[in-house]
Design a binder for this molecule. Structure first.
Ligand code: GH3
Ligand code: MG
Ligand code: MG
Length: 335
């Protein structure tokens, strides 16, 4: 096997996060694989494990009743140090694992075979592992089967990533962004943390297409997306919500800070020089909203940001509007 393993942890974490797989819902291809492994290798436990900064998270598993464990006790942490299969025939005889709580206590792991999930870039993001409660060998033909399944998993992860990326801009597709927003909103809700979203729509975009042509329109969409991605933080997520409409997910961001960011993006867009526009400056309008106490519904937040965006358009475009200011104005004008 080609030894192109990259071992820097920061790069490995970025490769893992690019896959956008952590905390996502159950998906069929991975379910089928763990089921097949369980049957073919005849093991009580099997998992597709992704190694995050301080935990291992199971995209799919059988025979284990948790969806994650701490990284420091996990066998898979050892398995990702190399591109070769990592095999423990009897954990009670291995000084690295004899006192491990996963060995001495539930689920009483006794033997383990983990195949590294090696991405084409050369990072091991996790393992496919087969686990037994008795000491056992994992003969070559079983390791070969596991290795083939591990390759299928990596292909599935790549396909998933391609399907979740908008080809023109590199932003997330609407579906992938919604999935990420759902995960982040749940997290914000659980830990009572702030979270905001922006909806950004390019102003009078039809005119650009009509006067300068569709390819120039495409170029504007692409350049603005680049500008957004450059300006957002790593932990934020940009989605292409529709044709010339973007959505930005801002975890750990208050409404006030989201407002500052929205304004910065608005100004950057308007200042952007695109030679194909022959001196024309293109603007955007932004609607934004923040997680209210108890809000746990992505669609409700999008609806709020959309209403604010609609209002920004009505107010003359090239401006930002928050849903919170809007509803305050509306309720004071009713009173
Ligand atoms: P407003 O300020 O109200 O947003 O005006 P607008 O012209 O931007 O309004 P609208 O949202 O109705 O028009 C968006 C246009 O974007 C319509 C569609 O033809 C064009 N469009 C959608 N997707 C693409 C794309 O991928 N490339 C290009 N060039 N144009 C697109
Ligand atoms: Mg528009
Ligand atoms: Mg639009």
């Amino acid at each position: 096997m080609l030894n192109n393993l990259k071992q820097d942890e920061a790069g490995r974490m970025m490769a893992l996060h690019r896959l956008d797989i952590l905390d996502t819902q159950v998906e069929q291809p991975f379910e089928k694989i763990v089921e097949l492994v369980q049957q073919v290798i005849n093991v009580p436990m099997c998992a597709v494990s992704l190694i995050d900064a301080d935990r291992q998270w199971f995209k799919a598993c059988r025979g284990l009743d948790v969806c994650e464990t701490a990284r420091d006790v996990s066998f898979c942490t050892h398995a990702i140090q190399s591109i070769d299969p990592f095999i423990v025939r009897d954990a009670t005889l291995d000084p690295r694992f004899a006192n491990n709580p996963l060995v001495t206590d539930e689920p009483h792991i006794r033997s383990y075979a983990g195949i590294p999930l090696l991405t084409p870039e050369g990072y091991v993001v996790g393992t496919l592992c087969a686990i037994d409660r008795v000491a056992r060998e994992f003969p070559d033909h079983e390791i070969a089967i596991l290795s083939n399944f591990a390759k299928v998993i990596v292909s599935e992860l790549e396909l998933r990533q391609i399907a979740s990326t908008d080809s023109l801009t590199g932003a997330l597709t609407r579906r992938a962004w919604m999935e990420r927003a759902r995960i982040e909103l749940n997290r914000a809700w659980r830990h009572d943390r702030p979270l905001s979203i922006l909806m950004i729509d390019i102003d009078r975009f039809k005119t650009i297409n009509d006067t300068l042509g569709h390819p120039v329109g495409d170029l504007v969409i692409k350049r603005f997306a680049e500008l957004f991605m450059k300006t957002l933080r790593n932990s934020d997520a940009l989605g292409r919500y529709g044709g010339e409409e973007f959505c930005a997910l801002l975890p750990e961001t208050s409404l006030e800070n989201a407002g500052l960011l929205a304004e910065r993006l608005r100004v950057l867009c308007f200042q952007e020089e695109i030679s194909e526009l022959n001196g024309l400056h293109v603007s955007v309008s932004v609607g934004l909203t923040s997680r209210q106490n108890g809000t746990n519904d992505v669609l409700a937040m999008i609806e709020e940001a959309d209403r604010a965006l609609y209002h920004a358009k009505k107010s003359g475009r090239n401006c930002c509007q928050s849903y919170e200011d809007l509803s305050r104005e509306l309720s004071s004008s009713v009173a």
